[in-house]
Write a protein that binds this ligand. Structure first.
Ligand code: HEM
Length: 480
């Protein structure tokens, strides 16, 4: 496997050479017209919205383009055909670069940030994958219900007081509690607090810092001095928190067979190897962060679209009422039966995949799309938000919210590899079933209990911090 670090100080992604250096050439790939010497393609862009800026540029330049910012030049890909090629695991693999690499000081060789060649990736993957089996998921279901119950108590109080609810804030409380309790037997007591838990503040700080480092060049790193100090404090806080969670489990002895037990107790089925203490710390941080931030955004976007589309809301409510009937709480198997609601979730993840991009590197010299040669180790960024809007796959009106795009017939009629909210291949999301079960369960419970309405005049705005989240989304509730 290729060494997958970026080439320090190089103006080009590793593996690319400029036209003067000969093959491979970048000059056939378009870039924005007003390129400023030294600084790059920064006209009209904002350091806080790199994904939305890239989407605008993508719409102008087409399915493959490049952007240069402060000495780094990145090739973006979003055409359905090109993304399908990049999904071919015999030619491409995950690339740990940009924001993901910037998270290494926090998450080290944890599953998400591990380089492909690091032995701890396979070891942890094999030990932890059974933690997402159907059997394991069934075990998490009652805990997920408990946390959803806490959310609904908080929402009942909001509804009774005639207050609009803070959707991203409450979804973040919910998803953090869910992963912390199901995976690690830890209660952050999020719903007993007015504010978000300091773990969330530290995590958002770490994610935002990792994003900022993408856009501030090494020469100007002085600009980040204050932010670096705060980031060191955030990292220390995250470490301290997970060390306490681990120490509590070690002191208690036997746990319930959750992810933390797997990390502490389970040996690799073939080699007998176990995870080292420092790696366990990295995995706990990884799962606490990766296990809640993206799901929180996915739930928030879905609630936004449900509140905006009364017909979709009514249809989803009818399904929940019909499938769950009067059961006080749904059984595990009843969740996946909410097929329409699942389509709502998929359609929300299409428009706003909350992990909005992922990077792929060539495993050997190859030519992408028959025209763009890449050396081994060269990489491109798949811009998922735009792949999910490619008219070749999604038709003439890709901006329209329409859950019918995910009926089995519609899915079969589309080419493969055009819906990638979970990434692709061996390094795709390990928590996908967990997120889907949790999100469908919670949406089902909320729709059964409340009618939702948007705040008048609310326009969707997107906050970016490596992940995407609706900004300032509040909803009014009425008990059904
Ligand atoms: C809607 C929710 C979620 C979305 C959209 C999402 C998206 C993704 C994506 C796109 C990747 C691949 C990133 C890459 O290629 O660089 C990924 C990887 C990962 N996700 Fe998720 N994720 C979600 C929920 C979860 C949950 C609930 C967990 C854990 C309980 C989780 C744990 C992970 C881990 C550990 C990886 C790294 C896997 C590996 O490289 O082996 N994710 N996720």
């Amino acid at each position: 496997m290729a060494q997958v670090t970026e080439t320090a100080g190089s103006a080009l992604p590793r593996g690319f050479r400029s036209a003067e250096q000969g093959w491979p050439r970048l000059d056939r790939i378009p870039h924005p017209p007003r390129r400023v010497p030294l600084i790059g393609d920064v006209v009209g862009t904002n350091v806080r919205t790199p994904v939305q800026d890239s989407m605008r540029i993508a719409a102008e330049l087409g399915p493959i383009f490049r952007r240069k910012g402060f000495g780094k030049e990145i090739v973006f890909v979003w055409g359905a055909d090109l993304a399908a090629e990049l999904a071919d695991e015999s030619r491409f693999a995950k690339h740990v670069g940009l924001g993901v690499a910037n998270l290494r000081p926090v998450a080290g060789d944890g599953l998400f940030t591990a380089y492909n060649h690091e032995p701890n990736w396979q070891l942890a993957h094999d030990i932890l994958a059974p933690g997402f089996s159907r059997e394991a998921m069934e075990g998490y279901h009652p805990l997920m219900l408990d946390v959803a119950g806490q959310l609904m108590s908080a929402w009942d109080a909001g509804e009774a007081a005639g207050r609009a609810v803070d959707v991203p804030g409450d979804m973040t409380k919910l998803t953090l509690e869910t992963i912390a309790r199901t995976g690690f037997g830890h209660d952050f007591q999020s719903f007993e607090r007015e504010q978000l838990h300091p773990f969330v503040t530290a995590m958002v700080g770490a994610l935002s810092f990792a994003q900022r480092r993408n856009v501030v060049p090494p020469l100007l790193s002085g600009l980040l001095r204050g932010a670096e100090k705060r980031n060191a404090a955030d990292r220390a806080y995250l470490n301290r928190t997970v060390d306490e969670v681990i120490a509590a489990r070690r002191a208690a002895g036997d746990g319930p067979g959750d992810l933390l037990d797997r990390m502490l107790e389970v040996a690799h089925p073939e080699t007998g190897e176990r995870l080292a203490p420092e790696n366990i710390r990295r995995q706990v941080i990884t799962f606490l962060v990766a296990g809640h931030e993206t799901t929180s955004g996915a739930l928030s976007f879905a609630l936004h679209y449900l509140a905006q589309h009364r017909d979709v809301l009514a249809k989803a409510q009818e399904e929940v009422d019909r499938v769950w009937g009067d059961a006080p709480v749904p059984a595990y198997e009843q969740v996946a039966k909410l097929r329409y609601l699942r389509r709502v979730l998929d359609e929300s993840l299409r428009l706003w995949p909350t992990a909005p991009a992922f990077a792929r590197e060539a495993v050997a010299d190859t030519t992408l799309g028959g025209v763009h040669p890449m050396r081994r180790g060269a990489w491109t960024l798949v811009l998922t938000t735009m792949l999910h809007r490619d008219p070749a796959a999604w038709g003439d009106d890709p901006e329209a919210f329409d859950p019918e795009r995910f009926t089995p017939q519609a899915v079969r009629a589309r080419p493969g590899h055009v819906f990638k909210p979970w990434g692709t291949g061996a390094r795709a999301c390990i928590g996908r079933q967990f997120a889907l079960h949790e999100a469908t369960l919670v949406l089902g419970l909320l729709l059964r209990r409340y009618d939702l309405s948007a705040e008048p005049g609310y326009q969707l705005r997107i906050a970016e911090r490596l992940t995407l989240m609706p900004r300032g989304l509040r909803l009014h509730l009425t008990r059904r």
